[in-house]
Design a protein around this ligand. Structure first.
Ligand code: F42
Length: 144
């Protein structure tokens, strides 16, 4: 569980209700998803709520951390274990693969991200680092 109480509560209440509760960022009414990654160094399961930036079943994961000077730890987890990712957007989690976007692809998803959650634009102005944008695509279903 996250060391931040409000993040911990969000994950617990989201999972306990199958996404019917705790599904927005605080009182903004803007939807969130729950991303599960594997710790890059610890190998522990890490659960992170992020804003929901969805298109055609894929999700942009924006490593903004409120415009803080350094990348969030989950960014390194996803870079280390890009195929061990689940995303919960509603009742059930699904399996995803993640890659970091560059160039025009990043720009396209960044625009979608800012449309979904306008404060991302302010967060980018607050920091000199370029905020990473990762794309999560559904993993192919393996045959039984
Ligand atoms: N954060 C964002 O960056 N973008 C968002 O869109 C976003 C939306 C959002 C919505 C709701 C909400 O409740 C929170 C939201 N957050 C958003 C905050 C987000 O959930 C994270 O709390 C925040 O980004 C910080 O992520 P973090 O991974 O740095 O978390 C820290 C505080 C943390 O929990 N650390 C843990 C710990 O115990 O210290 C785990 C650290 C970890 O994963 N360590 C790795 C390991 O191996 O286990 C090593 C990683 C490495 O450095 O190699």
């Amino acid at each position: 569980p996250s060391p931040s109480q409000w993040v911990r509560d969000q994950v617990r209440n989201y999972e306990a209700s199958g996404g019917r509760e705790a599904n927005t960022l605080l009182d903004t009414g803007i939807p969130v998803i729950i991303v599960t990654s594997m710790g890059a160094r610890s190998g522990k399961v890490r659960k992170t709520p992020l804003m929901r930036v969805e298109k055609d079943g894929c999700y942009a994961l924006v490593a903004s951390q409120g415009g803080a000077p350094s990348h969030p730890r989950w960014y390194y987890n996803l870079r280390s274990h890009p195929d061990l990712v689940t995303i919960q957007d509603g009742p059930q989690p699904g399996d995803f693969s993640v890659r970091e976007l560059e160039g025009s692809e990043r720009e396209h998803w960044w625009q979608l991200a800012v449309a979904a959650f306008p404060p991302y634009a302010e967060y980018q102005k607050k920091t000199t680092r370029r905020i990473p944008v990762l794309l999560a695509s559904p993993s192919p279903v393996s045959p039984p």
